[in-house]
Design a binder for this molecule. Structure first.
Ligand code: 6PG
Length: 478
């Protein structure tokens, strides 16, 4: 038996609820289900005017209310809860039905689930969804994986409810099995880097200029009218100008300086290590959160290693602000370049055919890292879809080159004045590393051969070699 609902959502916490409402507002009949029926009832009672909802008490009723092939969106906590819902759903579904996991699942779980459901003749689509509560309701950026076949019927619905930029949906088929969740994971990693870079820019302005939070908020608002225009810069301007009602102080000054995380940034870094891709901006951002939360270490550090009191005497305020802006932009380009490298490496590793230009395109709206500059990334991959390094695209080469003196002044000034800028500094180090004629890695290889006979290659001929370091130092082909 099949019902009339075109799509179903199970898991009606705020994200699921808002996604269901978004479907309904776009004219779809939406089956809704939640473990506790009270949430389902309240959704229909409070938002019934959004469109057609079919509330279901049990999973069996929920499944029965869907037209075939069924499309079920799961929006529950990643990990065990997702597996539990899948286990309950699968026996109720029939061949050809589509199960969408719209949570922040770890991509290896998605690969495993896709393979398991395939055995039942079901399509499992791991889909990244970005944009928080607001995006889920009014148009998120959507990154679905799974089979191309499932996208044929599911894609148009997802594109319909996604954000639009210049009329183009912020949703496209990403690639098979876990590709959608992988790309969402990297999105979040880039989100961490972006946020850390902005935080460092704020700290530089604060310590370099002695400016107030509100003044810095105005600077960010100004930056948001140029190349840096983005959701994160916009909300930073807003947050910095917000005053705590209770104390009358700048809001940012009453917030505890310990950043938390749910784990997607950590996954991104772990995967970067697995693939051997230097995503240093994302890694530094993730470790900066870890450092902020290292409470006993920070207490010991403050006591034993007091910061020097000298204040940073910036002579030309306007020039300094412009230097920080340029350093921020250049560092941001590096973080994105690294993130897109990671996507390319994973595509090779896992056999995904991912169009990186299309990823930048669907990140232009709806998601947390939405930004004007993503258009430039799409254009770069349109010029060369196999671009080995985003930084090597002429547009970015020129953009970073013009900001380079400012970037160096800022990183050097920060080091001299004791302002921690891990993401700015490591991004500059990456830039200098990736363009170096020759790296000291040659010495590392020589050391490895010395103590462990790990061998090395020569610059002047083919082959792998070892030197008898503890003997007569003759070289032999290994
Ligand atoms: C999004 C966000 C979202 C994420 C939060 C929290 O794209 O809408 O990335 O998916 O859950 O930003 O991330 P952390 O708790 O790890 O900072």
């Amino acid at each position: 038996m099949s019902g009339t609902a075109q799509i179903g959502v199970t898991g009606l916490a705020v994200m699921g609820r808002n996604l269901a409402r978004n479907f309904a507002r776009h004219g779809y009949t939406v089956a809704v289900h939640n473990r506790s029926y009270a949430k389902t009832e309240s959704l229909v009672a409070e938002h019934g005017s959004d469109g057609e909802f079919v509330p279901a008490k049990s999973m069996a009723d929920f499944v029965a209310s869907l037209e075939r092939p069924r499309k079920v969106v799961i929006m529950v906590k990643a990990g065990g809860p997702t597996d539990a819902v899948i286990d309950e759903l699968v026996p109720l579904l029939e061949e050809g039905d589509i199960v969408v996991d719209a949570g922040n699942a770890h991509f290896p779980d998605t690969i495993r689930r896709e393979a398991a459901l395939k055995k039942h003749g079901l399509h499992f689509v791991g889909s990244g969804v970005s944009g928080g509560e607001e995006g889920a309701l009014n148009g998120p950026s959507i990154m679905p994986g799974g089979t191309p076949e499932s996208y044929e019927s599911l894609g148009p619905i997802l594109e319909d409810i996604s954000a639009k930029v210049d009329g183009v949906p912020c949703c496209t088929y990403v690639g098979s099995d876990g590709a959608g969740h992988f790309v969402k994971m990297v999105h979040n990693g880039i989100e961490y880097a972006d946020m850390q870079l902005i935080a460092e820019a704020y700290d530089l302005l604060r310590q370099g200029l002695g400016a107030s939070a509100a003044e810095i908020g105005e600077i960010f608002a100004q930056w948001n009218t140029g190349d840096l225009e983005s959701f994160l810069i916009e909300i930073t301007a807003d947050v910095l100008q917000h005053v705590d009602a209770e104390t009358g102080k700048a809001f940012v000054d009453i917030v505890l300086d310990q950043a938390e995380q749910k784990g997607t940034g950590r996954w991104t870094v772990q995967n970067g290590l697995d693939l051997g891709v230097p995503i240093t901006g994302i890694a530094e951002a993730t470790f900066a959160r870890a450092l902020s939360g290292s409470v006993p270490q920070r207490a010991a550090g403050r006591a034993a290693l007091p910061a020097h009191a000298a204040s940073w005497e910036v002579k030309d305020r306007a020039a300094f602000i412009e230097d920080v802006r340029q350093a921020l932009y250049a560092s941001k380009v590096v973080a994105y370049s690294q993130g897109f490298d990671q996507i390319a490496a994973a595509a090779t590793e896992f056999g995904w055919d991912i169009d990186r230009g299309a990823m930048a395109r669907i990140w232009r709206g709806g998601c947390i890292i939405r930004a004007r500059f993503l258009n430039r990334i799409t254009e770069a991959y349109e010029r060369d879809q196999d671009l080995p390094l985003l930084l090597a695209d002429q547009y970015f080469t020129d953009a970073v080159a013009s900001g380079l003196p400012a970037w160096r002044r800022i990183v050097a000034g920060a080091a001299q004045n004791g302002v921690p800028t891990p993401a700015f500094s490591s991004s500059l180090a990456y830039y200098d590393g990736v363009r170096a004629e020759r790296l000291p890695a040659a010495l590392v290889q020589a050391q490895r051969d010395f103590f462990g006979a790990h061998t090395y290659k020569r610059v002047d001929r083919e082959g792998t070699f070892h030197t008898e370091w503890s003997g007569d130092r003759t070289e032999a082909e290994a």
